[in-house]
Design a protein around this ligand. Structure first.
Ligand SMILES: CC(C)(COP(=O)(O)OP(=O)(O)OC[C@H]1O[C@@H](n2cnc3c(N)ncnc32)[C@H](O)[C@@H]1OP(=O)(O)O)[C@@H](O)C(=O)NCCC(=O)NCCS
Length: 139
């Protein structure tokens, strides 16, 4: 039985461990304890965890900046995939974000991430071909 709940500060180490084996970790700033704690301070409901028998098996960040909704860090433990855990996390994330006023959800998906693309497509997402994200590090 999969249970989805918001993460607390006690969960941070386990979340980082999960991301180290399950996350899409290429081409992004490294996540560490401080950035996750900063997220939980800013928005204590943003990081959703999926648990099975008390074991952490998946995560998603359902981010709401008061303007747009963004999904980050959707990750499911490799030993627990294709059992609907990401789908359950997305349902919970959508419920939260729609409740906050979101009219659209988005996610950054690496080109070449075949598993991720299959998941997002199945969940009804599609690439926005006319846009590219422009970025630079701060500082
Ligand atoms: C992508 C990921 C989150 C999917 O998690 P999951 O719990 O296995 O996904 P679900 O079981 O909810 O899958 C729902 C549907 O998505 C599709 N899907 C998910 N993974 C798939 C895969 N590897 N290949 C093909 N289709 C896939 C299927 O249609 C699946 O339904 P089905 O199993 O009935 O065929 C997981 O593979 C993962 O953590 N990957 C590494 C991190 C990552 O890439 N995250 C996405 C970042 S953009």
């Amino acid at each position: 039985m999969i249970h989805v709940r918001a993460a607390g500060t006690d969960d941070v180490e386990q979340v980082l461990e999960l991301w180290s084996v399950a996350g899409e970790n290429d081409d992004r700033p490294a996540d560490d304890r401080d950035v996750v704690l900063a997220l939980l301070t800013r928005d204590p409901q943003a990081l959703l965890l999926a648990e099975e028998d008390g074991e952490l098996v998946g995560t998603v960040v359902a981010g709401w900046g008061g303007w747009r909704a963004h999904l980050y860090r959707l990750a499911v433990h490799p030993g627990h995939r294709r059992r609907g855990i990401a789908s359950a996390l997305l349902r919970a994330a959508e419920e939260r974000l729609v409740g906050l006023g979101a009219r659209r959800l988005d996610a950054m998906v690496l080109e070449g991430n075949v598993d991720g693309q299959a998941l997002w497509a199945r969940a009804g997402f599609g690439p926005q071909e006319r846009w590219r994200r422009w970025v630079r590090p701060t500082g």
